[in-house]
Design a protein around this ligand. Structure first.
Ligand code: ISL
Ligand code: CA
Length: 552
């Protein structure tokens, strides 16, 4: 594969470094047939909306056959489209429509675990001497105290009397990657989709695939965050390298691993291009800035948040390429979390977060609905939730008597994954479905929807076009010029012949900040107003106010 063009600051140019990605959670995107569930035809019908943003790649969350214990992250048949989403013909039509629109498609590869209804597990659990027994991780006793990420023990006793491992729900048994047949089975699934023409994968909890079969107990200090143990199995790099050699290197595709539990220090082991494992990973530090050691919500500060990106930039050299994301289907809405979702500031702060996302170093991932400024909702009843993780937390925290209902809702209203999973309000009437939606729309849909969000959408489109024109915004070096400032996030992106200064006011108060006296490329003039974002082009020659590149 020819990819030898190198930028003046040392990066090998690759299409996926220059791409902007848009994530579709199909269940909640658009329902084309009135059954209340978003589907593949619905994505085709709304493709102009995605294309109009100017994005290059769509990441489709699982569209496979699944009993939906975890909304599709529990796959029953990897070669079959979920009936609620449509047919394989619909998938082929969607892929063709995406390509015709000049975009690419990556799909979700969820292969740390399958559904317990997958044929492999049905056979595996059928008897101790079934040929597929070893496709999963079985033990005749409970080997350790590992816990499920969703709460409770990670081992469940099956009818045979043996225990099987599930790092997530009991309906998501973990595959045994030490079995070569399992790995080959996964590689076959990958080739099945790659041969259809998909352009790569987002890989679900991929660092968890290798298990330490000595099964040490969880160290005390990681008891609340077992992911840092699960992500460090002895053979994870061997298996990813093998997957790269046997599958990925045969295609011109991109991969992005969900690196839940991977430290910054360990990141290059997964993505240093000389190691030939993954292209990119999602780092969790930025979206964990408002989480305490127990995973519960805690207040965050702008300097802490900014420091994440400087640390990341310093930890990765030119052989590694970062991603940038603030949200996905597992996270609350960005405008409620990092912006200000009050009626006065919602639009402006949503636009500021767009400016941040599209001017940072690293391939940007936009989550559906952020381009219209969708917000969290206020949940007041456990029955309003869908997510099994929240329902488990209700059992563990409230039913057990450990927490008051008030404390539970206060936390879930900040952290729940359901904030991101409410259907997209396309119009002031809702416009997601003509039937009954599988999950209630955010009650604010009459005010917050694709129509009222037009200014935010247009801002995204302008920024994406700017990023595509300006290599400095893609490959440019990153420098935070005011790391301690409590309200302003200001950074430079400098490249060979061009440089930009981005200034973001993360507050509703006007701020006095040393601004260049040139006209910004994007943004207003005069003092920086509440939640205002500006992008200045810096001139080669130092400008009269000293905002040129030479200024430090
Ligand atoms: O959602 C989380 C916290 O915001 C995480 O605990 C999450 O479970 C973790 O990031 C792994 O997520 C992925 O795998 C899960 C699935 O439920 C998530 O939707 C998926 O993104 C199991 O497949
Ligand atoms: Ca439907």
């Amino acid at each position: 594969m020819p990819h030898t063009e190198i930028t003046p600051n040392g990066y090998i140019r690759r299409w996926w470094k220059e791409a902007v990605v848009y994530q579709v959670y199909p269940r909640s995107f658009y329902d084309s047939n009135g059954d209340g569930i978003g589907d593949l035809r619905g994505i085709i019908e709304k493709l102009d909306h995605i294309k109009g943003l100017g994005v290059d790649v769509i990441w489709l969350s699982p569209h496979f056959d699944s009993p939906n214990a975890d909304n599709g992250y529990d796959i029953r048949d990897y070669r079959k489209v979920g009936a609620e989403f449509g047919t394989m013909q619909d998938f082929d039509d969607l892929l063709a429509a995406i390509k015709a629109a000049g975009m690419r498609l990556i799909i979700d590869l969820v292969v740390n675990h399958t559904s317990d209804e997958h044929q492999w597990f049905i056979e595996s659990r059928s008897s101790r001497d079934n040929p597929k027994r070893d496709y999963y991780i079985w033990s005749d006793h409970k080997p350790n105290d590992w816990t499920s990420i969703f709460g409770g023990p990670a081992w469940t006793k099956d009818e045979s009397g043996d225990w099987y491992l599930h790092l997530f729900d009991p309906k998501q048994p973990d595959l045994n990657w030490d079995n070569r047949e399992v790995r080959e089975g996964v590689y076959d699934i990958m080739c099945f989709w790659l041969d259809k023409g998909v352009d790569g994968f987002r890989m679900d909890v991929i660092p968890f695939i290798s298990k330490d079969k000595t099964f040490p107990n969880l160290p005390d200090k990681l008891r609340a965050k077992p992911q840092y143990i699960y992500a460090n199995g002895p053979k994870v790099h061997d298996y990813l390298h093998e997957m790269n050699r046997e599958v990925l290197s045969q295609y011109d595709v991109m991969t992005v691993g969900e690196a839940f539990g991977v430290t910054l220090e360990d990141t290059p082991k997964l993505i240093d291009e000389r190691r030939q494992e993954l292209d990119m990973i999602f780092q969790f530090a930025a979206v964990e800035v408002d989480r305490g050691p127990d995973g519960r919500w805690k207040p965050w500060t702008l300097p802490e948040f900014k420091a994440v990106f400087t640390r990341q930039d310093q930890a990765l050299d030119t052989h590694c390429w970062p991603t940038f994301f603030l949200s996905n289907h597992d996270n609350p809405r960005i405008v409620s979390r990092f912006g200000d979702d009050s009626p006065q500031w919602r639009e402006k702060s949503a636009m500021l977060l767009a400016t941040l996302t599209l001017t940072m170093k690293g391939t940007p991932f936009i989550y559906q609905g952020d381009e219209m400024g969708m917000t969290n909702r206020n949940f007041t009843d456990i029955n309003q939730f869908n997510d099994l993780w929240t329902k488990n937390a209700w059992q563990e925290e409230v039913v057990s008597g450990k927490w008051s209902e008030k404390a539970f809702f206060a936390n879930q209203n900040k952290v729940s994954r359901d904030h991101a999973r409410m259907p997209i309000p396309w119009t002031t009437e809702g416009g997601f479905t003509t039937g009954t939606p599988w999950f209630a729309l955010n009650p604010n849909f009459a005010e917050v929807n694709a129509e009222s969000g037009r200014a935010i959408y247009d801002h995204y489109a302008r920024l994406i076009a700017l990023r595509h024109r300006e290599p400095a915004l893609v490959y440019g070096d990153y420098k935070d010029i005011a790391p301690d400032h409590p309200q302003v996030f200001a950074y430079r992106r400098t490249f060979d012949t061009s440089a930009f200064l981005i200034i973001l006011n993360f507050s509703s108060q006007p701020v006095i900040f040393d601004l260049p006296d040139s006209e910004p490329v994007i943004g207003g003039s005069g003092p920086l107003q509440g939640w205002e974002s500006r992008i200045y082009r810096l001139q080669d020659a130092p400008s009269p106010c000293g905002a040129g590149r030479g200024r430090e």
